[in-house]
Design a protein around this ligand. Structure first.
Ligand code: DAH
Length: 340
């Protein structure tokens, strides 16, 4: 039996060397220490040993068992290390690998231009007000100095819902709502959708406007031009200039049409500016005294300026788009060109 024990010790050392994974470790345990392993078998064999030799042999087997248990523990921590490092290897991230390009969305060009305009005016201390799209006749027309029989109503083909309710044709309606709610000084922008029964390459039944209103003491047309200079330089480049041309709107007196010097040809004359050197971009003026009075603001104390920007028009000029319908067809190939 003594020789068996020695042989087992040698064999165990050999087997131990082969342990390199959780599976071989388990097999090693079963082979030597498990219920039907070699050590329990030897213990059982003690029965066949002469009684006087049993204590010594028992001791020797026990020592071997302890020895194997120690060896097992060492092997166990070695296997843990091996498994950990192979797991680390498997999970290694190669940071030099090219990343997967994911499709991302982008802002709609109308939103981009709208945000840009808001940014310019927010920098000058303007607040944002958004009025309702379904308006009543008084806010959209009457109190803006456009009475029911006024010929200026013909300028805007209105979608009427009832005799009194309509889809707002202009964000100017927001002026009245703001002046009803606030006392001067007032400095607001009213962005929003507007609706007119009108459709061709440059007109759409639904489009976007941005109204501006400033009411305070001593506000003049110069304030309007100064602010619009700032806007145009931001939208079209630092070298552009603006000019005001006389015009007519019922809610402003005097009224102006604002032109920007052509950013395409620098004012020399080209196809974009129809060889005039100037491009019309928006309407505005000094708020009509009657409109201030309609909102309970004393026109002898306060004055105001107002303007209305067509966002599609600005976006079409800025990006060289010649058909307004493109904004609303949601063709991805068109829209993805505006990805920032
Ligand atoms: N509401 C006008 C339009 O839709 C644009 C406009 C012109 C707004 C002059 C104004 C203004 O506030 O003063 O055509």
């Amino acid at each position: 039996m003594q020789t068996d024990i020695e042989a087992l010790r040698v064999q165990m050392r050999e087997d131990l060397k082969k342990v390199n994974s959780a599976d071989t470790l388990r097999a090693f345990w079963q082979e030597y220490l498990g219920k039907s392993g070699k050590i329990p078998a030897m213990m059982k064999d003690l029965r066949n040993v002469a009684p006087e030799e049993r204590p010594t042999m028992g001791k020797v087997i026990n020592e071997l068992k302890n020895h194997i248990q120690e060896a097992y523990k060492e092997a166990e921590s070695r296997v843990k290390q091996i498994e950990l490092s192979s797991q680390n290897e498997a999970e290694t991230v190669d940071i030099t690998m090219p990343a997967k390009i994911r499709q991302t969305g982008s802002l709609h060009p109308i939103t981009i231009v709208r945000n840009q305009i808001i940014d310019v005016f927010a920098g000058m201390g303007f607040e944002i007000y958004e009025g309702p799209e379904i308006e009543d006749d008084t806010h959209c027309f009457t109190r803006l100095n456009v009475p029911k029989d006024h010929p200026a109503r013909d300028m805007q083909d209105t979608f009427y819902l009832t005799d009194e309710l309509l889809l707002r044709t202009q964000t100017s309606a927001g002026q009245i709502r703001v002046m009803d709610a606030e006392k001067p000084p007032i400095k607001v922008l009213v962005p929003g959708r507007v609706f007119r029964s009108d459709s061709d390459a440059t007109h759409s039944p639904m489009f976007h406007q941005m109204e501006g209103l400033v009411v305070d003491k001593g506000i003049t047309l110069c304030d309007l031009q100064g602010m619009l200079d700032e806007l145009c330089r931001n939208l079209f480049g630092s070298e552009v200039r603006t000019r005001l041309r006389p015009s007519y709107f019922p809610f402003t007196e005097p009224s102006v049409e604002v032109d920007v010097s052509c950013f395409e040809c620098g004012g020399k004359g080209c196809g974009l500016c129809k060889h005039t050197g100037w491009i019309e971009i928006l309407g505005g003026g000094v708020v009509n005294r009657k409109v201030l009075e309609n909102c309970g603001i004393d026109p002898d104390v306060y004055s105001g300026i107002a303007f209305g920007i067509g966002i599609e028009r600005i976006a079409m000029l800025k990006y060289g788009i010649n058909n307004i319908g493109l904004f609303f067809q949601n063709n991805i190939r068109f829209l993805e060109q505006f990805r920032a």
